[in-house]
Design a protein around this ligand. Structure first.
Ligand SMILES: [Ca+2]
Ligand SMILES: [Ca+2]
Length: 419
């Protein structure tokens, strides 16, 4: 989709052009409790809006751009829109609110599959926002986010832009589909060049290439802008991090042998040798080093944090949170994504990781948090965790886990593509 820009032709600042296409088959319009709902049928198309607003869909467009570049401006170049036949009473956002006067809903998709909503008694809609529903102005009336987020996937720079392919006139019930959006991304030199892996085993690299092609809307540009690691047979494809007591009990040995049998060169690391002192950031820096220099693509963490010498479980302030959510019993979630997407999760260096929204004091701010700027969700390595509790019973728990995993992997039934 990019125009004729190739590496030597890119100037310090330039505009790359892309086109997004949408069709009616990308969604399904259903009725529910007297409203019409647009159900997404395409990856990266999801419900959007704030409670009370018409629930339309947004599309997260990802574009690979040249390494060492950054997007400074997003330009809407052209659109082609058509009306969808019929008239619609689009439902307001707020299906899973606790009640009309309750706390804001916890983060999560507003659209869930049918069964959750089959008990109307427990469901109360947010009131439709009368200033929107009483108007015939085009909603949302914007077609693109006005800026792009730059993230990194395996050393490639991915610019993410939000597109709004549905537009709605509430009073007359007219619904429109944006069939085509032409987007210009103004790019310039970034202040940092992304980290990227030096080496990787031949049998693993196709996984990353396929993921990259699925991730972006301009897969034809992947060969030009994705610098693939050098082929190597001197890699640690898989790293297992476990507590010394688990390793001493040899409970993982059959699993490690199985990984080698499958062709994954597997390194085993005793977490006590890493001197983490309870810091997830230090563990992340080790994983980043393995990914960058040793060809590591898979990390299996065995154990949860029961002390400073164990594998840390960090809480990340990923979601919109305020005191009413905390009072309602919604805590700050534990998340291992910092071991997977190897970006800086503490941009403002306050020791609190992943403050993407809100404030860490439980105050009422709903704005973008200080760590938002440096975070992306594109994983550089595949990370799993076996949540065993402690050394007293850990080895036997690991033994059970190993037995189940190997039984499944050897006899996956209809799920063999997942192993
Ligand atoms: Ca990343
Ligand atoms: Ca922080």
């Amino acid at each position: 989709m990019a125009l004729s820009l190739t590496a030597p032709e890119l100037r310090a600042q330039d505009t790359m052009s892309f086109t997004l296409m949408f069709k009616e088959a990308d969604c399904e319009i259903t009725t529910y409790m007297g409203y019409d709902r647009i159900i997404p049928k395409r990856d990266r198309l999801s419900p959007c809006g704030n409670p009370g607003e018409p629930e339309l869909l947004s599309y997260s467009a990802n574009f690979i751009i040249p390494p060492g570049k950054v997007v400074t401006e997003v330009i809407l170049q052209d659109i082609n829109m058509k009306q969808i036949s019929g008239t619609y009473n689009i439902c307001p956002v707020g299906f899973d609110s606790l009640d009309k006067g309750g706390p804001p809903e916890p983060p999560g998709p507003y659209v869930l599959e049918g069964e959750r909503f089959q008990e109307p008694v427990s469901i109360k809609f947010r009131d439709p926002d009368s200033s929107i529903y009483g108007s015939d102005s085009l909603w949302p009336g914007i077609y693109l986010s006005d800026s792009a987020n730059d993230g990194f996937f395996d050393g490639a720079t991915i610019a993410s832009v939000v597109a709004y392919p549905f537009q709605y006139r509430p009073l007359s019930g007219r619904l429109y589909l944006v069939k085509k959006i032409d987007i210009g991304l103004v790019i310039t030199d970034a202040s940092v060049f992304p980290d990227r892996p030096a080496i990787r085993a031949d049998h693993i690299q196709p996984l990353y290439l396929a993921a990259m092609r699925m991730l972006v809307d301009n897969p034809e540009d992947v060969p030009a802008w994705y610098i693939q690691p050098a082929s190597s047979e001197n890699t640690w494809d898989c790293v297992i991090v476990a507590s010394g007591c688990v390793l001493e009990a040899n409970a993982l040995d059959p699993y490690i042998e199985w990984l080698w049998e499958k062709g994954y060169r597997t390194k085993v690391v005793n977490v006590q040798d890493l001197n983490l002192g309870g810091s997830g950031e230090i563990l992340q820096s080790h994983i980043r080093d393995w990914w960058r220099n040793e060809g590591t693509s898979f990390v299996q963490l065995v154990g949860i944090s029961v002390g400073p010498d164990e594998i840390p479980a960090e809480t990340l302030w990923l979601c919109k949170i305020d005191s009413s959510i905390i009072n309602a019993g919604w805590g700050v979630p534990f998340a291992d994504i910092l071991y997977s997407s190897l970006c800086d999760w503490d941009y403002n260096n306050d020791g609190i990781l992943g403050t993407l929204y809100g404030t860490t004091d439980g105050g009422g701010s709903w704005g973008i948090g200080p760590d938002y700027k440096s975070v992306d969700f594109f994983p550089e390595v595949f990370v799993g965790r076996v949540p065993i509790m402690n050394c007293d019973i850990g080895p036997s728990q690991v033994g059970n886990w190993v037995e189940r995993v190997m039984t499944y992997e050897r006899n996956p039934g209809n799920a063999n593509r997942l192993t």
